[in-house]
Design a binder for this molecule. Structure first.
Ligand code: ARG
Length: 453
């Protein structure tokens, strides 16, 4: 039996029923639904709708429902349309007629929005700690890296030498923005829609402020029409998850690349690598590839949500029932990726000699130009002179540091014997000592800042 059958003479078609039902998805908000109902019962009791006995009986009944659900004893019936109707049905079995008063002044429209927000307020701290764990793994690796140097790339072409620690931390800072976005989002999730009724508000003297307080919301919504249709928080949550997934994908892509034989900068622990069913020698970075792949799926969830919202008229429309599955899926995806990434990065083997071996002196060509600048040559001219040195070395098939001083002086008399010092990559790195640069001091400062926060 549905909770809305009064005006109908025919029961809903079976296939239409199945399409309409959302129980498989929304039973994930079961505990939030009970919590919301307990608070609502208290609010309408206070407003004089429920007697003391009715209130006590509803509260006890809801507590039983909660216990039944938590212990796995709750039995859903084929006619349960969603978690809200399932619990109301069970409550009436448990306590009889008083159960029929619980929904006074409330609609599933404000109820579902409340449950969903409560669910998200629980999920955010869980995601938050999963991010922090991965960030800690990155910082540990950065500290461990010390003076290990690696080639830095732009356009995936060797560019300038950098510290490995600087590279690890680059991923830390991106994730920090994700964590900040998640925290900032909380204030928009923490707005109570309950008391908005179906769309126009509740006709009883419900104290929504105490209702909000009792459920842990920071504030109440201020327009009932907006409150039952607002899913900005869901779209925003999916954006935060998608942005994070894009960051994780970037990190993953680099791990995939750097664990190839061609780069050989890292080796994954066996515990986080997979084999090939055909090629016995293979050691594949599947977990990183999946991380990269799932970012695509995640963006699809965000796009889907935005498309569902686009073009909806004001207040509740059944389209909004589509809101929960993507949010749950995005949460599950991140909660499955983040701990695996953290553990895989904690157990990765760094190959400093391979990283060092991939640095050649052309990567210090900028330092060569800077050397001339220090001797008074304007940068544009210095850039061109350093370029000539690169060309001379290339034509002579020698490294830049192997060119004799005369060759340098033919290009410019400003070059002196001290020019060869520019080819030390660690020197080049430590010269980049501005805030946020790759110098050892700067990387230490980053770690200090991170730890001080
Ligand atoms: N299962 C519905 C949902 O998730 C609950 C709200 C139903 N409201 C309605 N007016 N039919 O959106």
């Amino acid at each position: 039996m549905t909770l809305w059958g009064g005006r109908f003479s025919q029961k809903l078609d079976d296939l239409a029923w199945a399409l309409n039902a959302s129980l498989p998805v929304d039973q994930r908000m079961a505990l939030q639904d009970v919590e919301g109902s307990i608070a609502w019962a208290a609010a309408i009791h206070q407003a004089g709708i429920l007697t003391d006995e009715e209130h006590a009986s509803i509260s006890t009944g809801l507590d039983t429902v909660r216990k039944e659900f938590a212990s796995g004893e709750f039995i859903f019936q084929p006619a349960d349309e969603d978690i809200h109707t399932a619990f109301e049905r069970r409550l009436s079995e448990l306590i009889g007629a008083a159960a029929g008063k619980l929904h006074t002044g409330r609609s599933r429209n404000d109820q579902v929005a409340t449950d969903f927000r409560l669910w998200m307020l629980n999920a955010i701290p869980e995601l938050h700690s999963a991010f922090i764990n991965l960030q800690s793994a990155l910082v540990e690796q950065a500290e461990f890296a010390g003076e290990t140097i690696m080639p830095g790339y732009t356009h995936l072409q060797r560019a300038q030498p950098i510290l490995l620690g600087h590279w690890w931390l680059s991923h830390y800072w991106a994730l920090k923005r994700d964590v900040e976005r998640l925290q900032d989002l909380t204030k928009r999730v923490s707005v109570l829609p309950l008391g908005s009724g179906a769309l126009a508000g509740a006709p009883f003297a419900v104290d929504r402020d105490s209702l909000a307080k009792s459920l842990g919301f920071a504030e109440v919504s201020h327009n009932s029409l907006d409150a039952v249709s607002d899913r900005d928080f869901a779209a925003e949550y999916l954006f935060v998850c998608s942005m994070a997934a894009v960051h994780l994908s970037k990190l993953a892509e680099q791990i995939v690349l750097y664990t190839t034989a061609e780069f050989g900068f890292f080796e994954l622990s066996d515990a986080f690598s997979t084999g090939s069913s055909l090629m016995p020698q293979k050691k594949n970075p599947d977990v990183f590839e999946l991380t990269r792949g799932k970012a695509g799926t995640m963006i699809g969830l965000l796009t889907g949500m935005m498309s569902t919202l686009k073009g909806l008229p004001s207040t509740y429309d059944k389209d909004l029932q589509e809101d929960k599955a993507p949010v749950f899926a995005a949460t599950d995806t991140l909660l499955s990726i983040l701990p695996v990434m953290a553990a895989a990065l904690r157990t990765i083997t760094v190959k400093p000699e391979r990283m060092r071996g991939a640095i050649d002196s052309t990567m210090m060509a900028t330092d060569l130009a800077d050397y001339l600048v220090a001797k008074g040559v304007p940068f544009r001219e210095a850039h061109s002179l350093a370029g000539k040195v690169v060309r001379a070395a290339g034509e002579g098939k020698v490294r830049m540091e192997e060119l004799p001083l005369e060759a340098y002086q033919t290009i410019s008399p400003v070059f002196e014997a001290d020019v060869y010092q520019v080819f030390d990559p660690l020197e080049s790195i430590n010269k980049r000592n501005t805030v946020g640069g790759t110098s050892l001091q700067s990387v230490k400062n980053q770690i200090k800042k991170i730890k001080g926060e």
